[in-house]
Design a binder for this molecule. Structure first.
Ligand code: TLP
Length: 347
């Protein structure tokens, strides 16, 4: 029995076409800038996001960290959401390694930061206060339900940042999911941001890696930070080759993941004991909780019982789950996962 892994889209394995490309990739020493496959991936990424340049990094976490450290110096402040991945799940790297102070604003249910909150949070020129250098947004927004931030909203934040002389970073780990959900090119969502990080190793099925995109001058600074963080890789073309296939072939598949998330949610909504969050799923993530009908069970009990039936799900709170669809979840897997939930909760 094959395991159905709905814990995250980070669990995706490379496709056969990616494995072939990895085996055949021309490589060189990327610390010398001599890996032709990495260079090609970086050019492709920059072009797709409408930016001057891009830098290949080992992870989304390093992408956000290197980008924020390239924008800010010690004591500078970044405005971000209190549900942001960078704030919650990146081990405090921006402050631990960069001395960057964070100003956390409440994320709204739709993943945005209120424009007025941002306006109020931008510091005056006062030696008692840190210098507001950067705003960081997340699209799609993971903890807010995988919701896509619109182009109009991102433009409004970009405009505010420009007026006040601060920079905008976008954690676009799943930017191509947002683009697929909104039916707009990723470049339109990236346009207002000075820098964008996106991941190959989530719904796009690449095995490893993320890209930071921005101006030539910014990418040069990020390049030095990547080296400081130990992220300079040598014959990384074997990884970049999979990334090229990911960018060529996977963005078009994401609508199917979103469709399957809706199909799975529809099944789950009919199971007594489960209470889906309003509006879920927005893209490829379903967030839900156990309702009062599920007596004496917590999310981990349910996850453990599902595991015995070959279904892996994420328990993200005592009574909460996150389920993520991806390329390796087909219609049959959706139906099997829903049937397993029904058996655990009703059986
Ligand atoms: N998110 C992971 C976990 O860390 C929660 C997941 O399973 O969703 N930005 C966003 C919005 C992310 O969701 C993630 C990964 C990252 C950055 C970090 O990417 P990696 O894991 O490549 O460092």
């Amino acid at each position: 029995m094959e395991t159905i892994d709905l814990r995250s889209d980070t669990v995706t394995q490379p496709t056969p076409a990616m494995r072939r490309a990895m085996a055949e990739a021309p490589v060189g020493d990327d610390v010398y800038g001599e890996d032709p496959t990495v260079n090609r991936l970086q050019s492709m990424a920059a072009e797709m996001l409408g930016k001057e340049a891009a830098l290949f990094v080992p992870s989304g976490t390093m992408g956000n960290l290197a980008a924020i450290l390239a924008h800010c110096t010690r004591g500078d402040e970044v405005i971000l959401g209190n549900q942001a991945h960078t704030f919650l799940f990146e081990a405090g790297g921006i402050s631990a390694l960069g001395g960057v102070h964070s100003c956390q604003l409440p994320n709204q249910a739709d993943g945005t930061l209120d424009l007025e909150d941002i306006r109020q949070a931008i510091r005056a020129d006062d030696p008692h206060q840190p210098i507001t250098r950067l705003v960081s947004l997340e699209n799609t927004h993971n903890r807010c339900g995988g919701v896509a931030l619109t182009m109009e909203y991102t433009q409004a934040v970009g405009e505010l940042c420009r007026q006040r002389g601060i920079r905008l970073h976008l954690d676009g780990a799943r930017l191509f999911n947002a683009a697929a959900a909104l039916g707009v090119p990723a470049s339109a969502l990236a346009g207002p941001a000075d820098s964008v990080t996106f991941c190959l190793s989530k719904g796009l099925c690449g095995p490893v890696g993320s890209l930071i995109c921005g101006t030539q001058a910014f990418i040069q600074r990020a390049h030095r930070v990547r080296k400081q963080l130990g992220g300079g890789m040598r014959q990384a073309g074997v990884l970049a080759a999979a990334g090229i296939v990911a960018l060529e072939s996977m963005p078009a598949c994401l609508v199917d993941d979103h469709f399957r998330a809706r199909r799975l949610a529809k099944h789950l909504a009919s199971i007594p004991g489960l209470a889906l969050d309003p509006g879920t799923p927005q893209t490829n993530m379903i967030f839900m909780g156990l309702s009062n009908d599920a007596h004496g069970l917590d999310a981990q009990d349910v996850a453990d019982r599902l595991l015995k039936m070959g279904v892996k799900v994420g328990a993200v709170g005592p009574r909460r789950f996150r389920l993520v669809t991806h390329y390796w979840i087909d219609d049959a897997a959706v139906d099997r996962a829903a049937a397993a939930f029904a058996e655990v909760l009703q059986g």
